[in-house]
Design a protein around this ligand. Structure first.
Ligand code: FES
Ligand SMILES: [Fe+2]
Length: 383
């Protein structure tokens, strides 16, 4: 992956901050009302807007490589069925039978030519069309064309599968939506990666708390004292706003050696962990040689799901398995440290100690995502 002009500007900033003993900061701190995390009406609005109208990552493209490959997914709040059709296109549907609403496909993944509802065996093809029903004489008034599975927008971009979990009445321009991240994601070449590990966790914490764990590095040397702390320069993140998305570049200590190299020889990737936030709740977190893709989803009041996959370059998964496993073990530990803190915060909400949380000037990602959420709820951000 080549080093871009933006990458170089980020490195320059890091070196400047290091010389001046400073870090990336906003002019003001911010008070965020705790009700943003606890109010049931607020959560319902977030679900209705953020988690129904914006693209969420649900799979890696390798999971749907062949015609008939499918996955189901339940944690967006609507049951999803995604498959590759006979023409090779991805299709996404509500996994809900059009007869009387049963869940059509029960398996988490597989390969199928048709999906047959377990209740009365209505069957649908890979395009979601209703193809068969036992004893059709009882439904001779039904026009099958009107009883296909409900289709959802789905996109295959940068090796990832993105679904908007509700039917939309206008087309979605996914390329415009992801444009600010295009250069970076293109460089990661995720279509030529494989899933080394994929996991989902259900946590007793607001989705907002889980999100915030990935949006500042101020906590690294306290919450991750024995894990992530020593791997990075302390609280030296650089932020690139692509409103409503955000790039969060976290430098490794060795980046400081670049000071002695000409700029055109600088190499960004070996010197950074980069957390790319793709609104509303997707992260593409690139490490020096592999990538974590995660999505955080509200599953109720004070609960959320965390879906994550570790992607490694195709062809390295066997030879470097031991090395990848060691990386995975560290990251699982680091993420678990974040979630333990988040679940603790959630428990504390009931005590009422805080009316608002204070975001520091260098906790830039927190300011950013709160603003983006407010803007989206106010209808100012649309895909
Ligand atoms: S509910 Fe699916 S066939 Fe009846
Ligand atoms: Fe963390």
């Amino acid at each position: 992956m080549g080093t871009t002009a933006e990458d170089r500007a980020i490195i320059r900033k890091i070196l400047e901050h290091n010389e001046q003993d400073s870090t990336d900061m906003l002019p003001e701190t911010m008070s965020n009302p705790v009700s943003n995390y606890t109010d049931p009406d607020q959560l319902q609005q977030e679900i209705d807007v953020l988690f129904r109208n914006f693209p969420l990552v649900v799979a890696h493209t390798s999971e749907l490589a062949n015609v008939g490959d499918f996955i189901t997914h339940d944690d967006t709040g609507v049951p999803l069925l995604v498959n590759r059709s006979a023409e090779g296109q991805l299709k996404a549907f509500l996994n809900v039978c059009r007869h009387r609403g049963a869940r059509v496909e029960g398996e988490p993944c597989g390969n199928a030519r048709r999906f047959t509802c377990p209740y009365h065996a209505w069957s649908y093809d890979l395009d979601g069309e209703l193809r068969g029903m036992p004893q059709p004489v009882g439904f001779d008034t039904v026009d099958r064309e009107d009883f296909g599975l409900v289709e959802l927008p789905v996109f295959e971009r940068f090796g990832l599968v993105w679904v908007v979990p509700s039917p939309q009445d206008k087309p979605i321009d996914i390329d415009a939506w992801l444009a600010p991240l295009h250069e970076q994601f293109d460089g990661l070449d995720l279509a030529n990666h494989v899933i080394f590990e994929k996991w989902a966790l259900h946590k007793d914490m607001s989705w907002r708390l889980a999100l915030e764990g990935f949006q500042e590095s101020y906590h690294f040397c306290s919450a991750h004292r024995d894990t992530a702390c020593s791997n990075y320069l302390d609280n030296q993140s650089v932020w690139s706003s692509y409103q409503p998305h955000m790039r969060h570049s976290v430098p490794l200590p060795q980046v400081l050696k670049l000071r002695d190299q000409p700029e055109d020889e600088w190499d960004y990737r070996p010197n950074f962990m980069t957390q790319n936030f793709v609104f509303p709740a997707n992260f593409v977190q690139s490490m020096t040689d592999h990538v974590y893709v995660h999505t955080i989803l509200p599953t109720g009041q004070g609960t959320c799901a965390f879906h994550c996959m570790m992607l490694v370059p195709k062809g390295t998964e066997v030879d470097k398995a031991k090395y990848w496993r060691a990386n995975y073990d560290v990251v699982r530990t680091v993420f678990d440290e974040d979630f333990a803190i988040g679940e603790g915060i959630q428990k504390g909400f009931e005590a009422g100690a805080n009316e608002f949380f204070t975001f520091g000037k260098y906790e830039v990602g927190l300011h950013h995502s709160q603003k983006a959420i407010n803007d989206a709820l106010a209808g100012k951000i649309v895909v």
